[in-house]
Design a protein around this ligand. Structure first.
Ligand SMILES: NC(=O)c1ccc[n+]([C@@H]2O[C@H](COP(=O)([O-])OP(=O)(O)OC[C@H]3O[C@@H](n4cnc5c(N)ncnc54)[C@H](O)[C@@H]3O)[C@@H](O)[C@H]2O)c1
Length: 117
């Protein structure tokens, strides 16, 4: 249940996750604004941290739409990649299987370049 004090307002919170196990400024702000009834657009570079913020905001009765969700919907493969996907591409380029590949690039973006480009 929200207080409704910020109903009709929109809060955009960047860095809405938290590096540590606690709250962090962004997470605390996002959850607090959601608690007060604002529509919170939360963004973070780390999907897991952002999901935790969204979970806590919903637990507190807020209505959070993570920017991540709308961004995910625009990615042709339907999900956010992470550092592992980039590392796997690098591993391939460094491997014997890629011995005849040079002077080119591999785009690791879930198809965004093809979609937007
Ligand atoms: N915690 C404190 O007591 C304190 C005091 C003074 C200043 N600060 C400053 O406030 C800021 C936040 O610190 P904190 O401890 O509250 O948060 P934190 O470091 O726990 O979390 C910051 C969040 O920002 C995200 N992030 C980093 N780069 C990003 C980017 N480019 N786009 C989107 N998200 C991004 C991270 O993934 C992380 O979830 C830092 O600059 C810190 O130096 C913190």
């Amino acid at each position: 249940m929200t207080s409704g004090r910020l109903a009709g307002k929109v809060a955009i919170v960047c860095g809405a996750g938290s590096v540590g196990p606690g709250w962090g400024n962004g997470r605390a702000t996002a959850v607090r604004f959601a608690q007060e009834g604002a529509r919170v657009l939360a963004a973070d570079i780390d999907a897991g941290r952002l999901e935790e913020t969204v979970r806590r905001a919903r637990e507190a009765g807020g209505d959070v739409e993570a920017l991540l969700r709308s961004r995910q919907a625009r990615i042709p493969l339907g999900f956010m990649g992470d550092g592992t996907d980039t590392a796997n591409a690098i591993l391939f380029l460094a491997s014997d299987e890629a011995r005849f590949i040079t002077g080119t690039e591999i785009v690791v973006d879930g198809g965004m370049t093809v979609r937007c480009g």
